[in-house]
Ligand binder design. Structure first.
Ligand SMILES: NC(=O)c1ccc[n+]([C@@H]2O[C@H](COP(=O)([O-])OP(=O)(O)OC[C@H]3O[C@@H](n4cnc5c(N)ncnc54)[C@H](OP(=O)(O)O)[C@@H]3O)[C@@H](O)[C@H]2O)c1
Length: 375
């Protein structure tokens, strides 16, 4: 396999290093914006040098973002090249174009590193689907949010102080919004659910609530009530109806999710034969992520393309009713849903997930967290 590597940042450099000793996979050209020289690959600032090189059969995209990543990936597929990407935003947003295009061109596309970094989550989902039906996927998919919530819980700190520590330690970006607003988790949920269920979810109907409004007092209240707060994703199929959402969620202190420390992930599937399977590990980092990129290259060499056939587009119906902890705004609708008070916050009666998120959109300074389903 001769690779054109797009991007030489955290993951790109890792891919270059992990492939360097291999005989079967070689990075031959690297697209980069900086001045760089490499001992055994040509560095270019022009994507066309990779696109027009017929000796390159595979493009590895690790520049991130939607543009120009999508234009590059699309052009590479149209030119008959395989694509491996770690870019969850790209896969989530362009799923409906990416897969039909790859099928039409007869090339392979894989994206294992895009969800869970070095965890073999998507590749195992592929194996699970060979033997059983998956009814539920989700969990803790963002290490930055888990680091913040875990530190607030264990060390009794304010959100802003923990975020600052996370930035110093490299667990959070200078602009953390994609992580703390739940967007990164939202991308990962979409990719996971599409693959698990073999469909394409209507992404506009999948809401995401983040953690940026959580306070030390909220966490203290959860502690008193025996709960730990985690940013959780959930997608489910029941009787042909699909639900999917991302939201802060209270888990009981004895639950597996409550024990997930630092920047770790815990991603779970529910299979009709194997039952619950959970995947724990570091969802990011140079070498874990590059490892899964290289695994995808090896899979393509072994003839494995995308994890499942492209499925039909389906609607999302978030009509499940959950109880929510809500703090920071009180209007007539919220008052009408009130079941009890927890300090300044209220806990609602069971309300529809889509209604709660619609309310939050109109009250963006509020903080919500779903209570465990059995409550
Ligand atoms: N980091 C992780 O642990 C991790 C885990 C899982 C998935 N991912 C995904 O992997 C992808 C890459 O992440 P990363 O952490 O490696 O990002 P990164 O460190 O920011 O690296 C991206 C690299 O791409 C380069 N780049 C950006 N736009 C470019 C363009 N138009 N032409 C050429 N080069 C360009 C950047 O160049 P400059 O240096 O000039 O800006 C940078 O070196 C993202 O999609 C991310 O979501 C990352």
């Amino acid at each position: 396999m001769r690779i054109g590597l797009l991007g030489f940042g955290t993951v790109g450099k890792g891919v270059y290093e992990l492939t360097a000793p291999r005989n079967d996979i070689q990075v031959v050209k690297v697209l980069c914006r900086r001045e760089l020289t490499l001992p055994d690959a040509q560095v270019t600032h022009d994507f066309n040098d990779i696109l027009n090189d017929d000796t390159i059969d595979t493009v590895v995209e690790v520049i991130g973002g939607l543009h120009p990543a999508w234009e590059y990936v699309k052009a590479a597929i149209e030119a008959g090249k395989n694509v491996v990407t770690a870019n969850k935003a790209l896969v989530a947003h362009y799923y409906d174009e990416l897969l039909p295009l790859a099928n039409a061109k007869g090339v392979s596309v894989r994206c294992t590193a895009s969800v869970g970094g070095g965890i073999g989550w998507l590749s195992e989902l592929e194996r699970v689907r060979r033997c059983e039906t998956v009814s539920r996927v989700g969990g803790i998919m963002n290490g930055t949010c888990n680091y913040i919530l875990d530190s607030m819980t264990r060390l009794d700190l304010e959100y802003a102080d923990v975020l600052r520590n996370a930035q110093v330690l490299g667990y959070a970006e200078a602009d953390p919004s994609t992580d703390v607003d739940g967007i990164d988790t939202w991308h990962k949920l979409i990719v996971s659910a599409n693959i698990a269920f073999g469909i394409s979810l209507d992404i506009d109907a999948i809401p995401a609530a983040g953690i940026s409004k959580i306070t030390r007092d909220d966490v203290a209240m959860f502690r008193r009530k025996g709960y730990t707060c985690k940013l959780m994703s959930a997608a489910q199929v029941a009787e042909g109806f699909y639900s999917a959402y991302v939201q802060p969620t209270l888990v009981e202190n004895g639950a597996l999710e409550a024990a997930v420390p630092m920047n770790y992930n815990l991603i779970t599937l529910q299979g009709n034969t194997s039952g619950r399977q959970s995947f724990f590990g570091q969802g990011a980092g140079r070498y874990p992520t590059a490892y899964n990129v290289v695994q995808d290259c090896v899979d393509i060499l072994a003839g494995r393309g995308f994890y499942c056939p492209y499925g039909v587009k389906v609607a999302v119906l978030n009509d499940k009713r959950l109880r929510y902890y809500v703090r920071g705004a009180k209007d007539a609708w919220l008052q009408s849903q009130k079941q009890e008070s927890w300090g300044e916050a209220i806990v609602t009666k069971p309300v529809r997930v889509d209604e709660m998120h619609a309310w939050l959109k109109k009250n963006p300074d509020a903080f919500i967290a779903a209570l465990p389903e059995k409550n």
